[in-house]
Design a protein around this ligand. Structure first.
Ligand SMILES: C[S@@+](CC[C@H](N)C(=O)[O-])C[C@H]1O[C@@H](n2cnc3c(N)ncnc32)[C@H](O)[C@@H]1O
Length: 141
């Protein structure tokens, strides 16, 4: 993929790859388990750790899916693949994860392989702003 210097996607990719000039100070990356993720703190103490809150949000999103066996889910911005692997281990769905960060690809693939779900996981480099799939490729995203 080629992007111009003023393209925001390039900045995001550099940030996630760890090659950009703006980087988390170390703690956030560790706290969030390798990639900053969104969490869900409603109903729990604000002191709840991010890894717990992010799993809660992942569970909420999975609960909103129709977990039809064989169904195809697109994980946009799959990062290190935590949410995708969680979905794969709790359902019989197939997941295609895309991330703009090249350094995340292997981490996501390794995570799926270690969880024994690599046969239903595809991880590829793609920019969500230039989606390489047709509109009817997935059952959910
Ligand atoms: C907050 S992390 C997501 C973590 C992941 N969903 C998980 O549960 O582990 C956001 C991810 O989205 C990716 N991303 C950001 N902009 C993107 C874009 N335009 N296209 C594809 N991926 C993108 C980043 O590289 C980063 O890995």
């Amino acid at each position: 993929m080629t992007v111009g210097a003023s393209d925001g996607s390039n900045d995001v990719a550099n940030f996630c790859n760890g090659t950009g000039t703006v980087r988390p100070a170390g703690k956030p990356r560790g706290l969030w388990g390798g990639d900053p993720r969104n969490g869900y703190w409603r109903g729990v103490a604000t002191s709840t750790l991010p890894d717990v809150a992010t799993e809660r949000l992942t569970d909420l999103m999975i609960a909103a899916l129709d977990p039809t066996p064989g169904g195809r889910v697109l994980d946009i911005g799959c990062g290190v693949g935590k949410s995708a692997t969680h979905l794969l281990t709790t359902s019989a769905m197939h997941v295609v994860g895309i991330t703009i960060s090249e350094t995340r690809l292997d981490q996501a693939r390794t995570r799926a392989a270690e969880a024994g779900v690599a046969d239903r996981a595809t991880v590829q480099h793609a920019d969500a702003m230039r989606m390489p799939f047709s509109g009817d490729s997935f059952d959910a995203a």
